[in-house]
Design a protein around this ligand. Structure first.
Ligand code: GLN
Length: 476
């Protein structure tokens, strides 16, 4: 069963989005800055009044060119769709700090999955439901009247449960009242951390490929991004490169382990070197560990647990991946009080508080017996085996993934020029959606050979996708 959220599937939504189509949008980076694959095209727009007739020359890559009638706010309308070209609207407006960004790749690809009836191994959301006991807890909380604003930094019960879980995982004892901040998903925790702790002009180090919201929220905070690229096959941290980039001017380094999109897990050796560089240069660590319970090939290590690191580390996590409830958007940040203060200041004015009944249910979830976590891992290992074996059998070069529910492959055996072209071919000719990875790099060229598949789907879906690929993909 494909997940068909009404958000993506209604025609009304598509038309609604078209109303915000730019009239003159040369500044917008569509589908990332895929210079190597982009075609310059000219699209006439017909608007109302004397000033709104315009021509927008823009670059956009072939996947959106040939697949576009699913509309996103920064996508051009397909040339054969006359009716939509006649909608007159003022040009899109966006603050400079966000103008280079686009509709997220996950949204784009999920929309294309629905439009083309393709199996969605792109966006990382389970197509199966979260556990009954957690859903029951949410229903009960609603019935019990836990329906007004929550305390800004989290309902006491959830702060306690997060602290208890963190202690079990890392051995660190934290104060649930002063060191845990509950947010609307990890994405908000990321934003609150950036906005609460980073000043305009501060240097922040990212490892590419990186999750898209890191760059966007750093841009909102006005940070200067420095990038270190992790390269296949092992995506190891090039420690010498890191040493040459980190300095007293570095405010923070952002790590993500297990790592989206590669599945790489930071080794103890890598974390030790990063930690000593951070201590030496007085650098903060922001660590996104939302896939910590999906660690298959090695044990997850939290940066905060390394000697001398807790005081300079903000640890981010969430409920979504561990409990297959990505739509609940319950996340949290754990940090010493002096760092939690900044995170909380930003959080207070971003969302103030997050959904009250879901927080109560999240507390119940986090108290799940260890058997729940074991079972989750076992289920995911079976899914992973289906996808990995299938991708190999279909002819991909499959890179090792130690954690997360993602697999990175090299698509070049099939002869397509880059990741976007390959994903286009895969959707249209094979009926499977993957994520082109070039969007996760500052330099998109670095990701042009790689695409990401997810295995957070039921086994039947994974097998069908694999069958389609084995049957229809042909090596060039
Ligand atoms: N984390 C999910 C992924 O990597 C996407 C979440 C989103 O769409 N923002 O696929």
């Amino acid at each position: 069963m494909l997940h068909a959220s009404p958000y993506y599937s209604t025609r009304t939504q598509s038309l609604e989005m078209l109303r915000f189509r730019p009239l003159n949008s040369t500044f917008i980076r569509p589908f990332s800055s895929l210079h190597y694959s982009s075609l310059p095209i000219t699209i006439p727009f017909v608007g109302s009044g004397s000033t709104s007739r315009g021509t927008a020359t823009r670059f956009y890559p072939s996947v959106m060119a040939s697949l576009s009638t699913v509309s996103t706010q920064n996508e051009v309308v397909s040339s054969h769709d006359e009716s939509t070209q006649k909608i007159s609207q003022p040009p899109l407006q966006v603050a400079k700090r966000l103008e280079k960004f686009k509709t997220t790749i996950f949204t784009q690809m999920s929309m294309l999955a629905i439009k083309h009836g393709a199996i969605n191994l792109g966006q990382g959301f389970p197509n199966f439901d979260g556990p009954e006991f957690v859903k029951e807890a949410a229903i009960q909380a609603i019935k019990d009247g836990k329906n007004q604003y929550a305390r800004g930094y989290g309902v006491p019960d959830l702060n306690l449960a997060v602290a208890a879980r963190f202690e079990k995982d890392t051995g660190l004892v934290v104060d649930p009242e002063k060191e845990v901040t509950v947010t609307s998903g990890c994405t908000e925790a990321i934003a609150a951390t950036m906005l609460g702790l980073i000043n305009p002009g501060d240097e922040v180090i990212l490892f590419a490929p990186f999750y898209d919201s890191y760059e966007a929220t750093l841009s909102m905070a006005g940070a200067k991004i420095k990038c270190v690229t992790l390269r296949p096959p092992k995506f190891s941290v090039p420690l010498d490169e890191l040493k040459s980039i980190i300095s007293k001017n570095t405010r923070a380094i952002l790590i993500n382990t297990p790592h989206n999109p590669t599945g790489k897990m930071f080794t103890r050796e890598e974390l030790n070197v990063i930690a000593s560089l951070c201590i030496e240069n007085d650098v903060l660590v922001i660590t996104d560990e939302v896939y910590d319970k999906l660690a298959f090939e090695m044990d997850h290590i939290s940066m905060a647990s390394l000697p001398g690191m807790y005081e300079r580390t903000v640890t981010l996590n969430s409920l979504g991946k561990t409990f297959s409830l990505t739509g609940w958007k319950i996340g949290w940040a754990i940090a010493a009080p002096h760092l939690s203060w900044g995170v909380r200041q930003a959080h207070s004015f971003l969302t103030f508080a997050t959904s009250t009944p879901m927080q109560y249910a999240a507390a119940t979830a986090l108290r799940a017996p260890e058997s729940y976590y074991k079972e989750l891992k076992k289920d995911y290992m079976a899914k992973k085996a289906i996808l990995v074996e299938g991708l190999k059998a279909a002819g991909f070069v499959v890179y090792p993934s130690s954690g997360t529910y993602f697999i990175i492959v090299d698509h070049t055996p099939f002869g397509l020029e880059n990741d976007v072209a390959f994903c286009e071919y895969l959707i249209k000719e094979v009926g499977v959606v993957a994520i082109p990875t070039s969007v996760f790099y500052l330099n998109p060229e670095d990701g042009k050979n790689l695409v990401r598949f997810t295995f957070c789907k039921d086994e039947g879906t994974l097998k069908s996708a694999v069958d389609r690929m084995k049957e229809k993909l042909t090596k060039k």
